[in-house]
Design a protein. Sequence first.
Length: 300
Amino acid sequence: MSVIPGPTYRGRFAPSPTGPLHAGSLVAALASWLDARAHGGIWIVRIEDVDTPRCVPGADELILRQLAACGLVSDEPVVRQSRRGTLYQAALDRLIADGVAYPCACSRKDIENALNAAGLGRERHHAAVYPGTCRPERGGLHGREARAWRFRVEPGKLHWTDRRLGPQAQDVATEVGDFVLRRADGLWAYQLAVVVDDAEQGITQIVRGEDLSDNTPRQRLLQQALGLPVPSCLHTPLVMGDNGEKLSKQNGAQALDLAHPLIALNQAAQHLGLPAATGSLPDALSQWVNAWPWRDLAPV
């Protein structure tokens, strides 16, 4: 897999086109843009439309127009995951050849039944930890038809340092289990797609919402297995809805009102701890770049 050479800093904003941007997604977009500009880097927009059943027709172009209205324009041509299946297949083929990916025949019900039989169950609002039913040493598919492909996770904590959150650790084997690379419906899993894309686009810094922080260890395991560079991460504070949960399209988040973009941007900037800005849109963005608090790129 080729990695694009370029400046020291290459960042990205990667929205899923399941609807228009809302206040929470603008915070992530602004943070990633400001971090790139504060470090003299490149900022790229990538449309993460790999989960095609959830994508809304035309939402990708709407998102790009919303970003442009806020002065946030990709420095390079926009990439869409739905057109990159060949790259994902090549990565999966390598993982299979190296013995760290295997086929799985389990449905969600199968996994739930296996966990219940073992007296494990799962915590409310948490995904079930895959019990390894289809691992080759446990009999593989047991005569059933393969549904998905999984990444083999070995026990042990993975440690990393987030530029905002500080030291982090997770034992993926006990908290997630062997995770999916290609889904039963044939679609590519987010974890594999994002790792391949970040490497192929030469991404050095990942700036995204704090809710995605627990994806980091799975992505780092894949980066290690594929011999890919490991970007540094900064996870931004979340915008919460009235019910105390993360603001999202599923949680009733309203599309951004961009009749006056500076108002929406000021709200996003203040959520990031930046001062309110006045004047023109370019002036405001310049003020926030100069005030950007996360300039240390060392933690990985």
